[in-house]
Ligand binder design. Structure first.
Ligand code: COA
Length: 255
């Protein structure tokens, strides 16, 4: 059994027995994702895809929340220069096309991409309290991360409208009901339960796992890839809209 850990300012990694734990490490900001964090995630995932020692990846957040989504201040600045946003789209393609099992352990707030990235995970373990929400429209934005394709497919157009347009929050029980979460465990068991499950997956015959995951996803892969890019183009345009600028300003000026 080999164990290896690395910690950067906002992202830490730990590799043990075939499982790479990728930990969002910005708990004071509810693990809101900066462009630098996306770059770190992409680098770690691309390396993991090519590393024969890694059979499964587990995403989780340090502190009381999984992730409050895109960092709004970072976003407001990055929006002025659309090229800055390419790293987010690259991250989304990376998780949508990741060849090995991708898992997440989630609790607390999971906002925006903090929820939509779960759609690309093969297994999700959650603990209450969990508060998933995709408040894109309230922010003057549009759904991202392939959610405009994957959620209506999973729960039907009307329920998807509640989540993606009304931005209604939902808890772990509902997340399990709609197939976004596999297993709900007690809060103090979240990391252990997720690591245990990841360890079991990592112990399966690696090539058979890779081929099986490919089979499960292949019919939809090209459509998903196209939708990710379409959403990203519209999302980038919306970031510059007066509606979005006003929503960002309100968040940043909150007392
Ligand atoms: N971007 C930047 N900073 C964020 C953030 C985000 N997405 N989400 C939270 N933070 C920061 C807060 O500004 C606060 O910072 P401060 O302590 O310096 O004031 C800190 O994280 C804690 O957040 P706070 O709002 O005090 O916690 P809360 O428990 O009251 O609410 C949330 C948690 C996640 C519900 C709330 O922070 C929120 O709505 N965040 C925005 C989520 C969002 O819209 N994401 C983008 C989707 S595209």
């Amino acid at each position: 059994m080999s164990e290896k850990s690395e910690t950067s300012e906002l992202l830490s990694t730990r590799h043990d027995s075939g499982v790479l734990e990728l930990v969002l490490n910005r708990p004071a900001k509810k693990n809101a994702l900066t462009l630098a964090m996306y770059a770190g995630l992409v680098e770690a995932l691309e390396a993991a895809a090519d590393d024969d020692q890694i059979q499964a990846v587990l995403l989780r957040g340090e502190g009381d929340s999984f992730s409050a989504g895109n960092d709004i201040a970072d976003f407001a600045t990055a929006a002025q220069q659309p090229d800055n946003l390419k790293i987010i789209v690259r991250f989304l393609h990376c998780i949508a096309e990741f060849p090995k099992p991708l898992m997440a352990a989630v609790q607390g707030d999971a906002v925006g991409i903090g929820t939509t990235m779960l759609l690309h995970c093969d297994l999700v373990v959650a603990a209450e309290p969990l508060r998933c929400q995709t408040p894109f429209v309230k922010l003057g934005l549009v759904p991202e991360g392939g959610s405009s394709l994957l959620l209506p497919q999973r729960i039907g157009q009307r329920h998807a409208f509640e989540l993606l347009v009304e931005g209604r929050p939902f808890d772990a029980e509902r997340a399990q009901e709609i197939g976004l979460v596999n297993q709900v465990v007690a809060p103090d068991q979240l990391r252990q339960a997720a690591l245990e499950r990841a360890g079991q997956v990592a112990a399966l015959p690696a090539e058979a796992v890779r081929l099986s995951k490919q089979l499960l996803k292949k019919e939809q892969q090209s459509q998903l890839s196209r939708v990710l890019d379409e959403e990203a183009t519209l999302f980038g345009q919306r970031l510059l809209s007066a509606e979005a600028r006003q929503a960002f300003l309100s968040f940043m000026q909150k007392p």
